[in-house]
Design a protein around this ligand. Structure first.
Ligand SMILES: C[S@@+](CC[C@H](N)C(=O)[O-])C[C@H]1O[C@@H](n2cnc3c(N)ncnc32)[C@H](O)[C@@H]1O
Length: 257
């Protein structure tokens, strides 16, 4: 998608509708993250509108954020409790908050929003930079093979079908660059709008190698926030990384594993 600017993907329109359809696993995510934080401060990369940060903060965890889109930050600020969360506007692969955390997390496929392997590696390194010695970095994504309809690099998926509007996901995957180019086309009685986004899909194995390059090691992998064991049927993963030279990360979720 020529001239695509990642910073434009989460503009005012997308931010305004972002929380209309939640995934439904927010409380389970917040519960696992709360156990991993184990009373320590947490940092969310790409915090968005606070979909996860707010229920986590409601459990008593102090959460900071890094976020690229000023529109998403504005939505977070407008929510109850949103003004209690410190957010630095910037790119999560390089921006720092100047603090160290017991928990850094990056959810909802958002590592894929970095469009080169170098930027994705830099993001792991930036997470490592923010961890305290017993800290944990949590990454959640879908699995690439589960995301793309089998054997179809080009597809149109009916995302929403309503009386007054339909949303079509028009997409193409390039296995050479690993880039998935998508345009969410909303056709309604009021007109047509386009929300383009490009993602670079990577597998859990690639993430483990990126983590190793950043001085991190995999300590646990679940299939979802409910902690279902990760196996050959899994369509997503929640992966927990710790500093290679750190101590065993704190958090009851890890000790139970
Ligand atoms: C799918 S949303 C996820 C938001 C939130 N984490 C959640 O789970 O609802 C992706 C978010 O990543 C942000 N984002 C994309 N690229 C980024 C980057 N390089 N640095 C920081 N934030 C980024 C977007 O602006 C958007 O808010």
């Amino acid at each position: 998608m020529k001239q695509f600017d990642p910073a434009s993907s989460f503009g005012a329109d997308v931010a305004a509708r972002y929380d209309d359809a939640l995934r439904g696993d927010e409380e389970a995510a917040a519960q696992l993250l709360c156990e991993l934080a184990a009373g320590r401060r947490a940092l969310e990369f790409a915090i968005g509108t606070g979909r996860i940060a707010l229920p986590l903060a409601a459990r008593g965890v102090t959460v900071d954020g890094i976020e690229l889109s000023p529109h998403m930050i504005e939505r977070l600020r407008a929510k109850r409790g949103g003004d209690g969360i410190e957010v630095v506007q910037g790119d999560m692969s390089v921006t720092t908050t100047g603090r160290r955390y017991g928990l850094v997390y990056l959810v909802f496929n958002t590592i894929f929003n970095l469009l080169t392997a170098d930027d994705q590696i830099r993001c792991f390194a930036n997470a490592a930079r923010h961890l305290d010695g017993a800290g944990c970095f949590v990454v959640e994504t879908a699995l690439p093979h589960a995301w793309i309809p089998s054997g179809q690099p080009d597809y149109v998926h009916a995302e929403q079908i309503g009386l007054d509007a339909v949303v079509l996901d028009v997409a193409r995957y390039d296995p050479v660059t690993q880039l998935l180019e998508e345009n969410h086309v909303r056709i309604s009685t009021g007109g047509i709008t386009m929300n383009p986004i490009v993602c670079r899909l990577i597998t859990p194995g690639e993430m483990d190698l990126m983590a190793r390059l950043a001085g991190l090691r995999l300590v646990e992998r679940f299939a979802n926030w409910q902690r279902t064991p990760f196996d050959a049927q899994s369509t997503a993963h929640v992966s927990l990384y710790a500093l290679s030279d750190g101590v065993q990360p704190a958090g009851s979720a890890l000790h139970a594993a």
